[in-house]
Write a protein that binds this ligand. Structure first.
Ligand SMILES: [Zn+2]
Length: 246
């Protein structure tokens, strides 16, 4: 997907891993020696995981095997929707990914893991988009931060242009990743990539970001505009207009 020379730079200078920290965030940090680490806090993964279970419970009836609040059979689509909004509201108020504990029946698990993996891929590819676009090479976008054993953190919230660029590159890379999965037969629709799957995953992620309180800011367009920008770039203005109307 990426030129070999560039991949070499990525493999020798960058590392990625989950940080056991409940706050919901991702960031790039740089060490004194110039190594860059892409950190994804466990809190974000916990939140996405929790929401993905509640989304499946809304779409597939009788898919809840266990719930710590009420018997699985009583978790209807309406209840699951109410709880997913509750999780988002709680996060908006406290910054903590807390809510009901749910286990799904085995046959519903592929839907949950597919959705979750899709979201995680977009989060990861967005950050990778900043790297590929060369944003990390700009001195002014780094601020000194001695936490985490690193010396600097990347100021992702500096400009809308950067966010738009990382969003589009992130989509293209996520799509490439899924196409590769299809061609190696590891996805459900082996050999064929359905663009609706990729676009749908991105749309639900941005929809979720909106529910989690991500609004328009100096650096970030609102989540709907972010989806529309990617839609216009990859599929043309007609799709962007359809998404905006929806
Ligand atoms: Zn970004």
């Amino acid at each position: 997907m990426l030129p070999g020379e560039f991949l070499n730079v990525i493999c020798t200078n960058f590392a990625v891993g989950a940080l056991d920290n409940i706050s919901v965030n991702t960031l790039c940090a740089r060490s004194n020696e110039g190594f860059v680490v892409l950190l994804i806090n466990a809190g974000l993964m916990t939140l996405l995981n929790k929401i993905s279970r509640l989304y499946v419970a809304q779409r597939i009836s009788n898919s809840v095997e266990y719930c710590n609040r009420s018997p699985g059979s009583e978790v209807t689509a309406a209840v699951a929707r109410h709880w997913s909004l509750e999780v988002c509201k709680h996060y908006r108020n406290t910054g903590k990914p807390l809510g009901p504990q749910i286990h799904l029946i085995a046959s519903a698990e592929p839907y949950r893991s597919g959705q979750l993996h899709g979201w995680e891929t977009f989060v990861f590819c967005h950050e990778l988009g900043h790297i590929v676009a060369g944003h990390l090479n700009t001195r002014e976008y780094w601020s000194s931060d001695a936490s985490l054993g690193m010396v600097e953190t990347f100021k992702e919230d500096e400009s809308r242009e950067m966010e738009t660029e990382a969003g589009i590159l992130g989509y293209v890379m996520a799509r490439e990743y899924w196409a590769k999965q299809s061609s190696t037969g590891e996805s459900a629709a082996a050999g064929e990539l359905d663009d609706r799957f990729v676009f749908g995953n991105m749309t639900t992620l941005f929809d979720l970001l909106f529910l989690l309180g991500a609004g328009e800011s100096k650096s970030h367009p609102n989540p709907l505009d972010r989806v529309c920008t990617v839609a216009a770039f990859v599929c043309g203005d007609a799709l962007a207009e359809t998404v905006a109307r929806s």
